[in-house]
Design a protein around this ligand. Structure first.
Ligand code: AMP
Length: 390
């Protein structure tokens, strides 16, 4: 069982909350605070229940060095500017300044520690560093799903040495949906996979072959499958070195009775960014490249999804960043959102796609972690979540 916030007595406790405030900062100003707003429920719960909250995050890639470019201070300023809560910035994440700030903390304030990744020990999961991070606190909460696939000190090291630990609300929701998807999905279970590369998703495909009833493939990864089948792919993106892997996947799918659906038509162009044309047949001419699934494929994928009770979607159906090649992705997003099914969307690009399609509020669960959601599906759990299971 995953311990959650509600299982912990927070009254009077000093609570370390690992958040994901890795937000975009430009010229010292936070330009998108979605991740901050998403964590407010957990933070508010800690303070409302008498806990003294201290937040810790990484920001950018300072590569283990103190670098003012990646300071967390603008995040604290932003929070105070918006009035989300009273934030007090602490200019380190371990040591004297943290101990003093925690000891003098008022209950209506929330401390925000400096960037964890200013220390190389964070990513190395150095046990001494973990002990130093944990020292001032009674309770550990992880609400940073996006880094929970990493065995870092703040995600894995601290909960290894602290008894009183639990998942925050964001992490709890992610675990709930992914565990259900992996362990007891309602059937038919369809997976829609797209994006640039088969190689990035091979572990996920393997895992889904054990669980899903059908896998609908789009995006550039479809062309490696089509090429293996001897179908013309023209100048489309193909991973030649994965043709052998595709062969194994297709064989395993046939053995397991999992249907792998591939595009039957395409939106093509002579070049990346060129004028879009419908290619009404499965074979793409030698001088064209496939950049989106075509209208017949959209209809056949919709038909397959119409029967599904569970849908996992990872990766766009085409180069959706360009409106000329976005129709396939948006059509699938809008259709999936209307179905009476549990729909889980994972991965940065698919999340952007459901947001742009304007249907995010109709999706059962939108994962906050790209790499983390892929690893969850591949390995069945994540180190940062496993360490909180009692
Ligand atoms: P991923 O991060 O693997 O989910 O890949 C997402 C990227 O795949 C997006 O930037 C898309 O533009 C790209 N993509 C999707 N379909 C195609 C395609 N047919 N050709 C080239 N790139 C594609």
């Amino acid at each position: 069982m995953l311990k959650t916030l509600k299982d912990i007595d927070l009254k009077g406790k000093k609570v370390f909350v690992r958040v994901d405030f890795n937000v975009p900062v430009k010229d010292g100003v936070v330009t998108d605070d979605t991740r901050i707003r998403e964590a407010l429920k957990t933070i508010k719960y800690v303070t409302d229940n008498g806990g003294f909250a201290t937040l810790a995050t990484h920001l950018g890639r300072p590569k283990g060095e103190k670098n003012p470019k990646y300071t967390v201070k603008p995040v604290a300023d932003h929070i105070n500017g918006k009035g989300y809560f009273k934030a007090v910035f602490v200019d380190d994440c371990i040591g004297k300044s943290v101990t003093e700030a925690v000891n003098n903390q008022k209950q209506d304030t929330v401390l925000i520690l400096e960037n964890l990744r200013f220390y190389p020990d964070e990513e190395k999961n150095n046990p001494e560093f973990s002990k130093n991070l944990a020292a001032p606190f009674d309770v550990y909460i992880n609400d940073a799903f996006g880094t929970s696939h990493r065995k870092h000190a703040s995600v894995y090291g601290i909960p290894s040495v602290m008894q009183n630990k639990a998942a925050g609300f964001l992490l709890e929701k992610e675990a709930l949906y992914f565990d259900r998807l992996l362990q007891a999905p309602e059937h038919p279970f369809s997976a829609v996979l797209g994006g640039a590369k088969v190689s990035d998703k091979i572990g996920v495909i393997e895992s889904l072959l054990e669980r899903a009833d059908n896998i609908l493939i789009g995006g550039a990864m479809a062309y490696t499958f089509l090429k293996y089948k001897g179908i013309g792919v023209g100048k489309s993106l193909v991973e030649e070195e994965l043709l052998g892997t595709v062969e194994k996947v297709l064989k395993k799918a046939a053995d397991k009775g999992v249907e792998i659906a591939l595009p039957v038509d395409h939106i093509v162009s002579a070049e990346f960014g060129g004028a879009p044309e419908v290619c009404g047949v499965q074979d793409i001419p030698a001088d064209r490249m496939g950049l989106d699934i075509g209208p017949k494929t959209i209809e056949s994928y919709k038909k397959m999804l119409s029967k599904s009770k569970t849908i996992l979607w990872n990766g766009p159906m085409g180069v959706f960043e360009q409106p000329a090649y976005a129709e396939g992705t948006f059509a699938i997003a809008k259709y999936a959102a209307e179905l009476d099914a549990t729909v889980v969307v994972g991965g940065g690009d698919s999340v952007a796609a459901v947001n742009q399609a304007g249907v995010s509020d109709k999706i059962s669960h939108i994962s906050t972690g790209g790499g983390a959601s892929l690893e969850y599906l591949e390995y069945g759990s994540l180190p940062g979540i496993d360490i909180l299971r009692g």
